[in-house]
Design a protein around this ligand. Structure first.
Ligand code: PLP
Length: 370
């Protein structure tokens, strides 16, 4: 029986959660093809195609690992394969906090460098902390989906590279495909993303790139386990296969979406996301100046994610009330995350959305808040 709360005839442009994001009908329907075996020639052709698109997406020459897991799986893979004993966890929101907790749960010693949620972590803070010595890996979230803050990954990577034996593990789940990421140029040791965020694919896949330094560590990493052993990922990928049964129908969708991304152009896609972020910020200014509604963008200027904006509310208005008033208008936005639940809301402007679609959301929000 079909659930009535699941929309079977979706009209695109009304769903602005910061993940999962709305999936274009063309991408959704690409999944509707016969299954193929995962050791035959057809899968090799498919994975070969995916590699071309994924390498462009990550701006890398290295093979892009494809994991049938949500992004958390590759966060765990990052620490299990990349860390040795002592991890520096950079925390500025809920997902970066979780990255550190994953490292801890995997048995590593974790020290946290935390800044106020909503703020970004500067390279100088990282440099100072690393100078105290003893770390072998650093975890960081590029675009903190819980707050809308964007960490300066390129600069943080430069600070980490000053130490020969420290690797940088980057969660760019709401970055890759929406925000500028240059894996090779920025010398990132591990960078991962999930399918259901800025890539606007259905949930269930994650993608990651490991540097040669990271792969060398993986070779003798004692706690890497089986499912997330990056050496076996690489070995199978050399044969254009995966270590175990992949979510093949999601691969069909990914191939379609990578074609669409190529047609748009990756840099044009980054620009479109930046334009949506800028539009949100201008709207907040307008609400303050013209309508006297004291909204604020949580992340500071210069450190705002192009894919998600977290907006602080004036006293007397709660996050859940705004979300449900929008729902009554047929529009889905995100609530504040974790400790920001009551005092903020989030707009996920990522994936295939446009400024025009976003404008309709902001107009409705303007009515709700005035
Ligand atoms: C959504 C998200 C995750 C978790 O992804 P799953 O696919 O749910 O495992 C991790 N990090 C960030 C920054 C996210 O936005």
């Amino acid at each position: 029986m079909e659930s009535s709360s699941i929309d079977s005839t979706p009209s695109f442009g009304r769903f602005f959660l910061p993940g999962p994001t709305e999936v274009h009908p063309e991408v959704l329907s690409a999944q509707n093809r016969a299954l193929i075996g995962h050791r035959g020639p057809a899968i090799k052709e498919l994975i070969g195609d995916l590699q071309t698109g994924l390498k462009e997406l990550f701006r890398t020459e290295s093979p892009v690992l494809i994991s049938t897991s949500s992004a958390t799986g590759l966060m765990e893979a990052a620490v299990r394969n990349g860390a040795r004993s002592r991890v520096l966890s950079l925390v500025n929101g809920a997902f970066s906090k979780r990255f550190g907790e994953i490292a801890e749960a995997c048995g590593f010693e974790v020290e946290t460098l935390e800044v106020e949620w909503g703020q970004a972590i500067t390279a100088d803070r990282v440099r100072d902390k690393l100078a105290s010595g003893g770390f072998d890996a650093v975890t960081v979230v590029h675009s903190e989906t819980s707050t809308g803050a964007l960490n300066p990954i390129k600069e943080i990577s430069e600070a980490v590279r000053e130490h020969d034996d420290v690797v940088l593990l980057v969660d760019s789940v709401t970055g890759v495909g929406g925000a500028e990421v240059r894996t090779d140029e920025w010398a990132l040791d591990f960078v991962l993303t999930g399918s259901q965020k800025a890539l606007a694919l259905p949930p269930g896949l994650s993608f990651g790139v490991a540097s040669e330094r990271l792969m060398a560590r993986s070779t003798d990493a004692p706690r890497k386990g089986v499912y997330f052993d990056l050496v076996s990922f690489r070995k199978q990928l050399d044969l254009l296969q995966t270590p175990n049964t992949p979510a093949v129908t999601l691969f069909y969708a990914a191939a379609k979406q990578l074609d669409r991304i190529r047609l748009e152009g990756l840099e044009a896609r980054w620009d479109r996301h930046q334009a949506m972020s800028d539009r949100c910020v201008r709207w907040v200014d307008m609400m303050c100046e013209q309508r006297g509604v004291a909204l604020s963008v949580l992340a500071p200027e210069g450190f705002r994610s192009p894919t998600v904006t977290c907006v602080g509310l004036p006293e007397g208005t709660t996050g859940p009330s705004v979300v449900s008033a929008m729902k009554e208008r047929g529009l889905t936005i995100g609530g504040g995350y974790g400790k920001l639940k009551e005092t903020a809301f989030r707009v996920g402007h990522m994936g295939d959305h446009t400024v025009a679609e976003l404008d309709a959301v902001l107009d409705a929000l303007g009515e709700v808040l005035s």
